[in-house]
Design a protein around this ligand. Structure first.
Ligand code: ADP
Ligand code: ADP
Ligand code: ZN
Length: 725
């Protein structure tokens, strides 16, 4: 029998008990966690945080959930396997809010549609909207079966046709762009606007319908924070208020949650596919706040990614309110403020990959500060500090790039000067305009000048000084490949050298195998049952797809003959399964292979496996694979390196190492410009450009420039406040 549960206390057991967790690199982790608390999992990159949070706790919760719900799914359960662990007690239903789950690719998906605010708004415009003349914008009034404005323009508007505000349906969508708002599908990320609707996506009749004097498209174009104000200030007739009460509460609640998670600067019409991983994750978090559920386990993956410390404070408040409703939160995080705010902290380590996977610390943040084993505690207490350059480099007048009249998105037309031969940090709250300036304008303009392929730059008047650089490289967090076919070994070109080495062995020569035989991307030596994937995909319909190991090659990707060939007693499949740091030793005699492998270790990726599928890498890992690939290339005389938030997913100790690598590039005469909120990154910079003061329309200006000390002393800079602290 099922009892009616009306108290959150009875829903969740007291604690979550984990015994013998051995997923990936975990070494039989035993752990007790309190429920209804905000819990942070921290530790160096690759130590096993995600393996424990997502691949053990969440995976097991999901497995039990699915098993109880779906007979169809159950038949795959045995094969899908249980996460490797001895015992898990006190588990409840779980929700994962991560950055990797593929964001929607549909060009008609917007912030408004994914949060369902737009659906609720359609109800408001359909119920309370007043039609306006599309010629003179005057209100239309019914007169003998037609609608007429005071100026006498009449419009025949059948009731239904006026009233559908969906740009996904033929009734509502602009017939010229089919609701894309843009001239062509690929343009809807950088709007080239549709000539008929000017990006509003709807038909003229729909756009003529106004609530509070505004069309639905005008309201979705507002930043969320202003949109919220619009709805709270609206007035309605009693009858309308009765009908719309629920919809209005939901609209304002959802807009408020979006503001709380630091997204008040986004507009509801922003295409979903232009959002960063961190923004998409926070939108899902805001959506969860709207569901009012309790008794759940939420598992989050670095929700502070891309957030300025000021926004982090608000996010912490949001997480706590989710906890206070009677939920348990497990957050994989490195952010100092969030760690300090947690009720409970778990640190894994001591290092990455097979040198990690152990429980180092569990307890309160306060206790961690004085724990001699905890690396995080050492950084938080100041016993250890980040990378500090021996001296700051001083900008040389004239040796600089100046962007003139930067106006794209929210930028206000100012000139911005980036000193060359320096480490430059571009800071500012989320939505201030950092990516627009560095990526959409500077990178694309430099690429254009140097003949590198890139999309056209955003609006600006020109960049002065580009003749001083001879290469520009942008290292971002987009995946190195969407499939399992791209791996660190293929992306960096290391696999080509390894294949040549295998083809030179005596067995390969006897069998007549050429280097191509050792490729899993083309027929010849790969397993044809899975076409070299090593896995087969099973569609689960309403659930995420499940990947099962290929029966024929058992996940090795190769056919049996290819696996007869060994180099120093290892097959190509075994080599691809080695952690990069082990592979660097294994190939010590082959500098063409060992060199690039060491570079991967330097950027902190020694724990990844050579053949690890690209779609299992986080954004930060993908970014560091790209950085390593660039570092091993023969450098130009003066290369400009542009990075966006390179510390995502990195523990303080990893950050220190990465800063060391980047400063070495500058020491060799190159320039590094990085977008960052990370106070440790900003503190190591030679020069800081702080944008703001706020996000969206409230930002887009240069607030302060100078050394980190000068920024810290500048009362106008919101970043300065956190640097000083
Ligand atoms: P963290 O979250 O602390 O950065 P992870 O849990 O992602 O660390 O990784 C821990 C170890 O497990 C690493 O050595 C990583 O390469 C390995 N690993 C992670 N995901 C997979 C996977 N899907 N298959 C095989 N190994 C994995
Ligand atoms: P930051 O990098 O400082 O977080 P961005 O440069 O990403 O800020 O954004 C600055 C402003 O421009 C924000 O208001 C943002 O919503 C807007 N914006 C950014 N990219 C796009 C885009 N592709 N389409 C429309 N607006 C955008
Ligand atoms: Zn196979």
């Amino acid at each position: 029998s099922v009892d009616v549960l009306d108290s959150t206390d009875t829903l969740l057991p007291d604690r979550l008990i984990v015994r013998g967790a051995r997923v990936h690199n975990l070494r039989g982790v035993d752990l007790d966690l309190p429920h209804r608390k905000l819990i942070v999992f921290t530790g160096v990159s690759g130590s096993g945080k995600s393996s424990l949070a997502f691949d053990t706790l969440y995976a097991e919760a999901q497995r039990r959930q699915v098993q109880s719900l779906s007979t169809f799914a159950r038949q795959f359960m045995d094969e899908m396997g249980k996460p490797d662990l001895d015992r898990l007690e006190g588990l409840c239903s779980a929700v994962a809010v991560d950055q990797r789950s593929s964001a929607t690719r549909s060009p008609r998906s917007t912030v408004g549609t994914v949060t369902e605010v737009y659906d609720l708004m359609r109800v408001v415009w359909a119920t309370a909207g007043l039609p306006h003349c599309t010629v003179c914008a005057e209100e239309l009034l019914p007169d003998n079966g037609v609608l007429v404005c005071l100026d006498g323009h009449d419009t025949e508007l059948p009731e239904l046709y006026n009233r559908s505000f969906s740009f996904n349906l033929p009734f509502g969508q602009c017939p010229d762009c089919l609701g894309l708002g843009a001239a062509a599908e690929e343009d809807s990320t950088r709007l080239r606007l549709c000539a008929s609707c000017a990006g509003a996506r709807l038909r003229p009749a729909q756009l003529g319908v106004r609530v509070g004097g505004r069309s639905i498209a005008e309201v979705t174009a507002l930043p969320v924070a202003q949109c919220l104000r619009f709805f709270t200030e609206l007035t309605f007739s009693d009858r309308q208020r009765q009908v719309l009460a629920q919809a209005l509460i939901e609209i304002t609640d959802r807009l408020r949650y979006l503001t709380e998670v630091g997204l008040g600067y986004l507009s509801l019409d922003r295409p979903a596919r232009t959002l960063s991983g961190g923004e998409a994750q926070r939108i899902r978090l805001a959506t969860q706040l709207g569901t009012q559920l309790f008794g759940l386990l939420y598992v989050l993956d670095e929700p502070t990614a891309g957030l300025h410390p000021q926004d982090v404070e608000e996010l912490i408040g949001t997480l706590k309110s989710l906890r206070d409703r009677g939920n348990t939160l497990i957050v994989v995080e490195h952010d100092e403020h969030l760690i300090r705010a947690a009720d409970w902290v778990v640190e894994l380590g001591p290092a990455a990959g097979e040198h990690g996977g152990q429980l180092i610390f569990t307890g309160t943040a306060q206790e961690m500060l004085s724990d001699p084993e905890s690396l995080t505690g050492a950084y938080l207490s100041g016993r250890r500090t980040g990378h500090r350059p021996a001296r700051r480099r001083t900008p040389v007048p004239g040796r600089a790039l100046t962007v003139r009249g930067a106006r794209e998105n929210n930028l206000t037309g100012q000139d911005v000067t980036f000193p060359l031969g320096c480490f430059v940090a571009v800071s500012g709250v989320s939505g201030a305009g950092k990516s627009t300036l560095v990526d959409t304008i500077l990178y694309r303009a430099a690429a254009k000048a140097l003949g590198t392929e890139a999309p056209p730059p955003g609006e600006h008047d020109g960049v002065v000084g580009l003749h001083q650089i001879d290469r520009v490289i942008r290292v971002d967090q987009t995946p190195i490949g969407r499939s399992g076919r791209s791996t660190p070994a293929t992306y960096t070109g290391i696999l080509d050298s390894i294949r040549k080495l295998f083809a030179q062995t005596s067995t390969a020569k006897e069998l007549g195998f050429i280097p191509g035989r050792f490729s899993f991307n083309s027929p010849g030596g790969r397993c044809e049952a899975c076409a070299g994937d090593g896995t087969v995909r099973i569609e689960m319909y309403f659930l995420p797809d499940v990947f099962l190991e290929c029966d024929t090659c058992h996940g090795t990707r190769y056919d049996a003959d290819t696996l007869k060939v060994t180099y120093r007693n290892r097959t190509i499949a075994e080599v691809l399964d080695l952690p990069i740091e082990t592979a660097a030793e294994f190939f010590a005699a082959a500098p063409a292979i060992a060199g690039p492998l060491r570079t991967l270790c330097e950027v902190g990726l020694g724990y990844l496996r050579l053949g690890q599928a690209a779609n299992t890498l986080s954004g930060g890992e993908a970014q560091r694979v790209k950085l390593a690939a660039e570092l091993q290339r023969r450098p130009g005389k003066h290369t400009l390196y542009l990075l966006d938030e390179p510390t995502t997913g990195l523990h303080a100790s990893d950050v220190a190492r990465l800063m060391g690598v980047l400063h070495r590039l500058v020491a060799k005469g190159h320039t590094v410009i990085t977008v960052s909120h990370h106070t440790e990154v900003i503190r190591t910079a030679d020069w800081v450009i702080d944008l703001g003061p706020a996000g969206g329309d409230g930002g887009g200006q240069v607030v302060a420039t100078g050394t980190p000390e000068e920024i810290a002393a500048n009362p106008a800079s919101r970043t300065g406040r956190y640097l000083a602290g």
